[in-house]
Design a protein around this ligand. Structure first.
Ligand SMILES: *Cc1c(COP(=O)(O)O)cnc(C)c1O
Length: 367
């Protein structure tokens, strides 16, 4: 039995997708975004688990798509970032995103020379300014595309820079701009897939659904949307206490004498340190002032008291003593009512995104 693993509950994954399907029309396609190793949960297993529930998979890097194909994942895959490695995309049947005029020229020329069909979606910029074709480029884009025999335009999309919850007016502005692109392409080409919304905006802003929604974080746990739809975390980090000992009042614990026992206590060590992702926290991004305030107050509290109650045993919080080490963390087990304290599994609340890939992912299906 391993002493450290991320337990991924596929039952909760199916539960989340069923909740999402209650707010997404039957004829709207669903893309599961499985970039960054499915937000840390394991992209191959998550993609396979979702094979009958979603229509498309989304990845950020070409290598992530290749990994899925090597592991016999068959769903269509959209690479959402740019690449000019057309050969690899072709061999692995990965749909590309075209994000600039130059990249489109290169794609058309490669496919024409090699006489190979590659499908692509055009990524248009509506205000994020990361990747994407601008409105001014539309005429030249159609001109280049109309000369293409083998590159096939399948969809047009854009990405929100913020959420309906946090900045409604910017989201609406982006949607209105997207509508202009939609109109432009609908007048020229048939049957394209238009898509715009990520998790939060798919949940809160139905008008942004178009033909497909791209769902990332909502698959894996509660999303930061305004409307709560009862999503559940699917990943839990479990660590076994591999060693425990008694410590007397006044003794120091850990590196740098950073903690001194105020009373006799029992401490335990778990094999999870900052190398594996211990102590990393997600900051609220693009959130309201209040969430920032709460976040920083918590940070100050943690700094002052040097405690991080993010380790739990049967729902009971356990203090982290001193600073986490490279591979170990020491926790206070004085209050645990159990004889053999060495064989206890605790849960560490940490975002799976931060958990090193070397930590085993265990898939369970029970409730
Ligand atoms: C990551 C990503 C998503 C998914 O975002 P969530 O907010 O996690 O749902 C959708 N679209 C693009 C282009 C992305 O990069």
């Amino acid at each position: 039995m391993s002493d450290l693993y991320l337990e991924v509950n596929l039952h909760n994954l199916y539960y989340n997708i069923s909740r999402l399907k209650q707010i997404i029309d039957k004829n709207t396609l669903i893309m599961a975004v499985v970039k960054s190793n499915a937000y840390g949960h394991g992209s191959v297993e998550i993609s396979k688990a979702l094979k009958d529930d979603v229509d498309y998979l989304g990845v950020g890097f070409l290598e992530e798509g290749v990994l899925l194909r090597q592991n016999k994942v068959e769903l269509p895959i959209l690479l959402m970032g740019p690449t000019i490695n057309f050969e690899v995309a072709y061999i692995n049947d990965i749909t590309l995103s075209i994000t600039s005029v130059e990249q489109l020229e290169q794609l058309v020329s490669w496919t024409n020379i090699n006489e190979k069909i590659i499908k692509f979606h055009l990524k248009v910029d509506t205000g994020m300014n990361r990747f994407g074709i601008k409105e001014d480029d539309l005429e030249i884009v159609s001109r280049i595309y109309d000369n293409s025999k083998y590159a096939k335009l399948e969809g047009v999309y854009s990405h929100f820079a913020t959420t309906y919850k946090n900045n409604k007016s910017y989201v609406i502005k982006q949607k209105n701009l997207f509508d202009k692109y939609v109109e432009y392409f609908r007048n020229r080409y048939n049957d394209l897939i238009y898509h715009l919304a990520n998790s939060e905006n798919a949940i809160d802003f139905k008008d942004a659904h178009y033909d497909m929604v791209r769902i990332g974080n909502a698959l894996y746990g509660p999303s930061n949307s305004k409307t709560r739809i009862g999503l559940k975390d699917i990943g839990k980090l479990k660590a076994r206490v591999i060693y425990s000992r008694k410590v007397k009042t006044g003794e120091y614990i850990g590196y740098g004498n950073s903690y001194r026992a105020k009373k006799d206590m029992i401490v335990g060590t778990i094999p999870f340190g900052f190398y594996e992702g211990m102590g990393l926290m997600k900051k609220p991004i693009g959130s309201k002032f209040l969430s920032y305030l709460i976040y920083y107050l918590k940070e100050i509290y943690r700094y002052l008291f040097r405690t991080k109650t993010i380790v739990y045993y049967k729902g009971q919080p356990l203090d982290v003593l001193g600073k986490p080490n490279m591979q170990y963390t020491i926790i206070d087990m004085s209050h645990i009512n159990q004889k053999n304290k060495d064989d206890i599994l605790v849960q560490v609340r940490v975002s799976p995104i931060f958990i090193k890939e070397s930590v085993e992912r265990k898939y369970v299906t029970e409730v």
